[in-house]
Design a protein around this ligand. Structure first.
Ligand SMILES: [Mn+2]
Length: 357
C-alpha cells in the first residue's frame, strides 16, 4: 500500500502540502481540480500545473478523487454521450500525465449524506454523524441549508451550491431511474470508458454509496458485496474496480468488511479507512481510527488488505475535529495524521509478524 492523504488544492483546503509531507510515511496525495464541474473536460495544462505543485512539495499525485459523473450519464439522458466523450478526454489527459487511479461515485443527486457535521463526542471532539430519524424529518433542501451553515465556510465535495440550487429539477429528472436502470446506465458508461483505461492503465475505483441504503427515495446500488460483484462482472475488466471505504460499507452492519476486502482481491484499487461508532442501527457517528474508539476492528481490516497484497493508495478517511482546528468537516489535519500513523503502525506490525514467521 501507499499511504496518502486527500488534498483539495490550494485555495480550497486549509491543510497545506507541506503539512501533509510531514506526516510520517505519507508519500502522496489524492487530489482533484475542485473548481471543475461534472461533465467538464480537465485540460492537460491544468493537470500538469497541479502535478507540478504537488511534486514541488515532495509528494506525488497517487490518484484523483474524484472525477465526478454528470447527472445525464447517471440518468441515461439523450445527451449522455457528449458527457461520456468529455470524461474519456479527461481520462486521456490524466493518463498522459501518468495518473493511473480515478475514484468516482454513481450516487443520484447527492454525494454522501449526514444529518450533522459537528456532533460532540465525550472527549469534546466533533464528528460527522447520521441519524435516520433526523433525515426522515427533513426534506433535501432543508438538509442542504443546515449542512451549508455547519461547514466552517468550506464548500463540501458533492454539495456544491450550483448543484443544490436545482435540486428539485434533479429529483424530477431521476424519477424514472430505479436500481435496475442505474445499473444499466453504469454499465453503458463503463463499457465506453474501458478502452481508454486499457490504453493508459487507469484503474477506475467506484466509491460506495454513503450511507449504504436508499436516502430520500433515491436508488443506491454500490452498497454490498453482491452488488459490487454484479458491477464488476457486467464489465469484466481489471480496470473496472472499487474503492473500499470502510466507513461507507460499514454503515450497513451486515457488511463483513474484512470478508469483502478478501473477495475484492485484484479489483480493489483504492482504500479509505475510518471507524464508526453506532448508537443504534440507524444512528452512527464517526470515531477516531483506533478500533476501541468505534465498532470496527481496524486490525482485521488492515490485515485483510495486507493479505490480498494490496498495493494501491490508502488514506485515512474523515477525521474528528480536534485541538480547536478549523477546517472542512472531516478533513482537518490532526486527526487524519493520527489515523495515518495508526494505520502505518498496524501495517508494520502485521508485516513484521508475517515475514519473521
Ligand atoms: Mn470514503
Amino acid at each position: 500500500m501507499e499511504m496518502t492523504m486527500r488534498w483539495f488544492g490550494t485555495g480550497f483546503d486549509t491543510v497545506t502540502l507541506k503539512q501533509i509531507r510531514q506526516v510520517p510515511g505519507v508519500t502522496g496525495v489524492i487530489t482533484t481540480l475542485y473548481d471543475t464541474t461534472p461533465g467538464e473536460v480537465w485540460s492537460r495544462e491544468r493537470i500538469r500545473a497541479l502535478k507540478d505543485e504537488v511534486e514541488a512539495a515532495g509528494l506525488r499525485i497517487s490518484g484523483i478523487e474524484s472525477v465526478n459523473i454528470h447527472d445525464s450519464i447517471k440518468i441515461g439522458s439523450p445527451d449522455r454521450d457528449q458527457y461520456i466523450d468529455n470524461y474519456i478526454e479527461t481520462l486521456r489527459n490524466l493518463g498522459e500525465e501518468d495518473i493511473h487511479m480515478v475514484c468516482y461515485n454513481f450516487m443520484p443527486v447527492f454525494d454522501w449524506t449526514r444529518s450533522e457535521l459537528a456532533r460532540k463526542r465525550p472527549d469534546g471532539s466533533t464528528v460527522l454523524a447520521y441519524s435516520q430519524k433526523a433525515i426522515d424529518a427533513l426534506d433535501p433542501e432543508t438538509m442542504f441549508d443546515s449542512i451549508k451553515g455547519d461547514a466552517n465556510g468550506a464548500v463540501l465535495p458533492g454539495w456544491e451550491p450550483e448543484r443544490m440550487a436545482k435540486i428539485k429539477e434533479l429529483f424530477e429528472a431521476y424519477k424514472d431511474v430505479d436500481e435496475e436502470k442505474l445499473f444499466e446506465n453504469l454499465k453503458y458508461f463503463l463499457e465506453k470508458i474501458m478502452p481508454v483505461c486499457d490504453e493508459y492503465d487507469i484503474n477506475m475505483a467506484i466509491h460506495p454509496d454513503d450511507p449504504a441504503w436508499s436516502v430520500f427515495g433515491l436508488p443506491r446500488i454500490i452498497i454490498n458485496l453482491p452488488n459490487i460483484m454484479r458491477m464488476m462482472k457486467m464489465v469484466d475488466n481489471p480496470h473496472n474496480g472499487v474503492t473500499f471505504c470502510s466507513g461507507s460499507y460499514g454503515t450497513n452492519r451486515e457488511n463483513d468488511l474484512p470478508g469483502m476486502i478478501r473477495a475484492l482481491k485484484g479489483r480493489l484499487h483504492f482504500a479509505h479507512v475510518r471507524n464508526l461508532k453506532f448508537n443504534s442501527d440507524d444512528d452512527f457517528e464517526e470515531a477516531a481510527h483506533l478500533s476501541s474508539d468505534g465498532d470496527f476492528d481496524l486490525y482485521e481490516i488492515v490485515k485483510a488488505l495486507y493479505e490480498i497484497g494490496f498495493e494501491g493508495p490508502i488514506r485515512p478517511d474523515h477525521g474528528r475535529m480536534i485541538w480547536d482546528e478549523v477546517a472542512m468537516p472531516g478533513y482537518g489535519l490532526y486527526d487524519r495524521a493520527l489515523g495515518a500513523t495508526y494505520i502505518n503502525g498496524l501495517w508494520e506490525a502485521i508485516d513484521k509478524n508475517a515475514t519473521r514467521g
